[in-house]
Design a protein around this ligand. Structure first.
Ligand code: ACO
Length: 438
């Protein structure tokens, strides 16, 4: 297996000058291969006694990475230089996993070897069934996944040494391979059906559909159109640079924690409605709106800031999310295939999109549909319950988390992540005995 490329692309071009009082500091400006240059402030505190203040990391690059490039103003997303739309159209999820992990698309032999290694790791330890059975049937599948994924570290001791490249490699393959199994198990458990074992003759996406929708009582034939649609969705969600969950994985991993625990932390971060939970929130919103005639009232509520238009807006994209453009097309294809082209929720979604794209409020704030606006409609058309939407996001994003985690561990400059703060609490004060407190 090739090692991830760690060659240094960043170079110093010029310096920025920062004057504080009578002291002027020269701060190096670093140039990446694309995107804005960055001011290196790593020595700012030791040389000036000042920290920088940037809640939400609006202007802070927290790491150097070669995996994913986003230009939010232009609506560009690339994995290792390849445009997302081209990958979604011409590639498959297995190739994209390889690309994210090793920095290049595989040749036929490498692809066969990689796919084989992932496929033969899809089964999970039989004892995990008992962990699942300890959860109430009504548990949110994300609650199960946070626990189940972190618990893998209790089962797979031979891939926990983060300083051993072989262990890192095996952990990465295991995570990618076992996530579909763990997600499908969460779904089967919620509906009281038996768990379905993975099938090695199937592709990644086919196998996932098989574990989700087959049952032991009758044969199940995977629909190739749906399997292809899933492959596309997985490709589109596979990585997205230093978002909240990926940064969580990196921060957790920076202390030397094992990869399964780190991915568990990433899943927890993804769960929130401002991040991966948005696809579920989109469907809940469309159901709540109910019919096209209620849209103006809903939009008025959004403008009054009573609620947000879920599936719209993005911290980075101030243009149409390139993933949404691909999914919009896939959405029509899937609905056609399953005979649900007249699905009322799609009608509401299209009308919402039309109004929002023409409305000054949304135009002024550069609010465009994001990837979550369409993925939920596709999932719903396929009969997947809304609680499973975010687990599907986690399934696809696992490869990105793993690739970013590996890149961080293999970076010789890697340090434990330790942000600082602007303290605004009480200054020093004497302790007051309990009997004397008012
Ligand atoms: N609906 C209505 N107004 C919005 C929306 C929205 N979805 N998103 C942002 N705004 C408005 C804000 O009210 C604010 O208006 P103001 O300037 O009048 O105060 C302005 O746009 C900027 O919003 P911020 O919250 O500062 O933008 P930020 O970059 O922090 O937020 C976020 C990005 C969290 C994604 C936001 O757009 C949002 O909540 N969207 C809905 C949830 C969603 O779809 N999340 C999925 C993101 S994609 C992903 O994780 C895969």
């Amino acid at each position: 297996m090739p090692e991830a490329k760690v060659a240094k692309l960043v170079s110093e071009t010029k310096t920025a000058r920062l004057t504080i009082g009578d002291k002027t500091l020269e701060l190096p400006i670093l140039k990446g291969s694309e995107g804005p240059d960055v001011i290196d402030i790593s020595k700012l505190y030791s040389e000036s006694g000042y920290f920088t203040f940037d809640p939400g990391f609006l202007s802070t690059a927290a790491c150097e990475s070669k995996i994913t490039y986003i230009d939010g103003d232009e609506g560009i997303l690339r994995y290792s230089g390849y445009d997302i739309a081209e990958l979604a159209e011409k590639s498959d999820f297995s190739e994209v996993c390889y690309l994210l992990l090793y920095g290049d698309l595989p040749n036929p032999e490498q692809k066969k070897d990689f796919t084989n290694k992932v496929t033969h790791r899809t089964i999970v330890h039989e004892q995990l069934q008992f962990l699942y059975r300890g959860f109430p049937r009504r548990s949110h599948p994300m609650a199960i996944l946070v626990g189940a994924v972190a618990s893998l570290s209790a089962f797979y001791h031979d891939s926990l040494d983060i300083n051993n490249p072989e262990h890192r490699e095996i952990a990465a393959l295991r995570m990618i391979a076992k996530m579909p199994t763990l997600c499908a198990m969460a779904y089967k458990y919620s509906i009281g059906h038996p768990f379905v074992y993975p099938q090695n003759r199937l592709t990644f996406s086919e196998n996932f559909l098989h574990m989700m929708f087959s049952n032991p009582s009758e044969p199940y034939v995977v629909n190739p159109v749906l399997a292809r649609a899933f492959d596309k969705i997985f490709i589109l969600h596979a990585d997205h640079e230093q978002n909240a969950s990926t940064s969580t994985v990196r921060l957790a991993g920076s202390s030397g924690a094992n990869p399964f625990a780190c991915i568990g932390a990433g899943i927890a971060s993804l769960w929130g409605p401002a991040h991966g939970g948005a696809n579920e929130a989109v469907i809940n919103m469309l159901v709540e709106i109910g019919s096209k005639d209620k849209i103006p009232e809903f939009i008025a509520g959004v403008k009054d800031k009573k609620r947000r238009l879920m599936g719209f807006g993005h911290r980075v994209y101030k243009n149409y999310d390139p993933r949404a453009a691909v999914l919009r097309k896939a959405c029509y294809e899937v609905l056609q295939e399953v005979g649900k082209q007249d699905e009322p929720l799609l009608g509401i979604a299209m009308e919402l999109e039309r109004i929002a794209l023409e409305d000054k409020y949304f135009i002024d704030r550069k609010l465009y549909p994001n990837v979550d606006f369409y993925s939920g409609i596709i999932y719903r058309a396929l009969g997947i319950p809304s609680q499973m939407f975010t687990p599907l996001f986690a399934l696809a994003r696992t490869v990105g988390w793993v690739a970013q985690w590996k890149e961080m561990i293999e970076d010789p400059k890697q340090k434990i992540g330790r942000p600082r703060q602007l303290f605004t609490g009480a200054p020093h004060r004497p302790f007051v005995e309990l009997s004397k407190r008012k």
